[in-house]
Design a protein around this ligand. Structure first.
Ligand code: PLP
Length: 372
C-alpha cells in the first residue's frame, strides 16, 4: 500500500498506547494466566434483560431509534433520576453507546486545542486520550496515597485555559468512593469558578461500605454519565446515558446524529428491563471479593481498603516500580496492569477482582508471595 493511501491523520500521533501494549505483549506469551486485569463483571446479564432483548428482536425493534434514545428508556431514566435527585424539570437525557460514547461526544463538543482538562490522578485512561485527540492538555491533580481528592489542589490547578474537570467515583483504577463532603467541596469549587464537571458514575451500583453519593446532587454544572455496562454486565451491548446543561446535551445529540446515530435499539429495549433488576446479590458478591483482596494484600503491600468498583490500586513493593512488579507478576502467571497506564506515577499496580473467588484466591496468594 502506498504511503499516501496509508497516511494517518496527525491527531493519531497524540494517542499513546505503549504502556498497555507492553503488558499485552507479555500477556500473549502466558498460557492460562490468572487474569486479574479485566475491567468487566464476571457475572452474566440478568435473565429478564436477555428475555427483553430477544423479545425486542422478535417484535421487530431492530431499526434506528431517534438519536436521543427510545422514549421508553428515556422515560425510565428520567423517572429514576426524579427518584434519586428529585429532578422534575424536564431536563434532556441522551442515550449513548456506553459512557465511552458519551465521553467521545462530550470531548468533541467541548474541548478546543489548547484547552485544559483537569483529571484526578490516577484516572481512567480514556479521559486523557480523548483530550489529546482533541488537541487539549490534561492537568493531573495527584490524589495519592489514599486517592481522596483535595478540593484545594483542584482549585489550584484551575487556569484561564481550564475547560472542565473529570470526576469518577467509585473510581477506576483506585476503587475509591468519594464521600458526600468531598463532593460538596468539589461542587463549591466548581460553582465559584464557573467550572463544568463531568461526573462518570459508571460504578454507582458497586459501593461496599457507604451509600453511593453523586456529584450531581451538589453541582448544577455537572455533565452526569452512567452506563449499563458494569451495573448489569452489559459491556458488549453498548448502552449508557448522559444528562446535564441543555445547551451541551443539544450539541452532543447533534453530533451523535452524525456519528453513532443512536445507541443499539435492542440494548435500549433491554435497558428498561435492566433498570428493574435488583443487583444487590452481585454487589454483595463483589464486596466479599473486595474483602478477600484487602485481607490478602493489606499487610504485605500496605493497601488502603478500596470502597467500590472492582479494582484495587496497590503500591508496588519498596524499591520497585509498578512496571517492574507487573513483569514479575506476569512471570509468575498473574496478569495485572501497571499503574503508569492510569497515572503520571509508576508506583502502583491495578488488580481487577471481577473473577471467580477461586481464581482470585490463587492470584492473591501468588501476589502476596511476590511482595518483598
Ligand atoms: N468509565 C470508566 C471509569 C470505566 O472504567 C469504563 C470502562 O472500563 C468506561 C467509562 C467505559 O464504559 P462503557 O462500557 O460504558 O463505555
Amino acid at each position: 500500500m502506498s504511503a499516501n493511501v496509508a497516511r494517518i491523520a496527525a491527531r493519531m500521533a497524540k494517542l499513546d498506547a505503549s504502556g498497555i501494549r507492553k503488558v499485552f505483549d507479555l500477556a500473549a506469551k502466558m498460557t492460562d494466566p490468572i487474569n486479574l486485569s479485566i475491567g468487566q463483571p464476571d457475572f452474566d446479564v440478568p435473565a429478564p434483560v436477555k428475555a427483553q432483548a430477544i423479545a425486542a428482536i422478535q417484535s421487530g425493534f431492530n431499526k434506528y431509534t431517534v438519536t436521543q434514545g427510545a422514549a421508553g428508556l428515556r422515560e425510565a431514566i428520567a423517572a429514576a433520576c426524579a427518584d434519586e435527585f428529585g429532578w422534575t424539570d424536564g431536563r434532556p437525557y441522551l442515550v449513548t453507546s456506553g459512557v465511552s460514547g458519551a465521553l467521545v461526544l462530550a470531548y468533541l463538543v467541548l474541548v478546543e486545542p489548547g484547552d485544559e482538562v483537569i483529571l484526578l490522578d490516577p484516572y481512567f485512561v480514556m479521559y486523557e486520550h480523548l483530550a489529546n485527540l482533541c488537541g487539549g492538555k490534561t492537568v493531573p491533580v495527584d490524589t495519592y496515597p489514599d486517592f481522596s481528592p483535595d478540593p484545594a489542589r483542584i482549585e489550584a490547578a484551575i487556569t484561564d485555559r481550564t475547560r472542565m474537570l473529570v470526576v469518577n467515583s467509585p473510581c477506576n483504577p483506585s476503587g475509591r468512593v468519594y464521600g458526600d463532603d468531598v463532593l460538596a467541596a468539589i461542587a463549591d469549587v466548581a460553582a465559584r469558578h464557573d467550572l463544568l464537571v463531568i461526573s462518570d458514575e459508571i460504578y454507582n451500583l458497586f459501593c461496599y461500605d457507604q451509600p453511593f453519593a453523586s456529584l450531581a446532587s451538589h453541582c448544577d454544572n455537572t455533565l452526569l454519565m452512567r452506563s449499563f455496562s458494569k451495573s448489569y454486565a452489559m459491556t458488549g451491548w453498548r448502552l449508557g446515558w448522559c444528562t446535564g446543561p441543555a445547551a451541551i446535551i443539544e450539541k452532543m445529540t447533534m453530533l451523535q446524529q452524525y456519528s453513532f446515530v443512536c445507541a443499539p435499539s435492542v440494548a435500549q429495549a433491554a435497558g428498561v428491563a435492566a433498570m428493574q433488576c435488583d443487583m444487590s446479590a452481585q454487589r454483595d458478591a463483589y464486596r466479599h471479593k473486595r474483602d478477600m483482596v484487602y485481607d490478602a494484600l493489606a499487610e504485605p503491600f500496605g493497601l488502603i481498603k478500596p470502597g467500590g468498583a472492582f479494582y484495587a490500586f496497590v503500591p508496588a513493593p519498596e524499591g520497585e516500580t509498578g512496571t517492574e512488579f507487573v513483569e514479575r507478576a506476569i512471570a509468575a502467571n498473574v496478569l495485572i496492569i501497571p499503574g503508569n497506564v492510569f497515572s503520571r506515577r509508576d508506583t502502583h499496580f491495578r488488580i481487577s477482582y471481577a473473577t471467580s473467588d477461586e481464581k482470585l484466591a490463587r492470584g492473591l496468594d501468588i501476589l502476596a508471595g511476590l511482595a518483598r
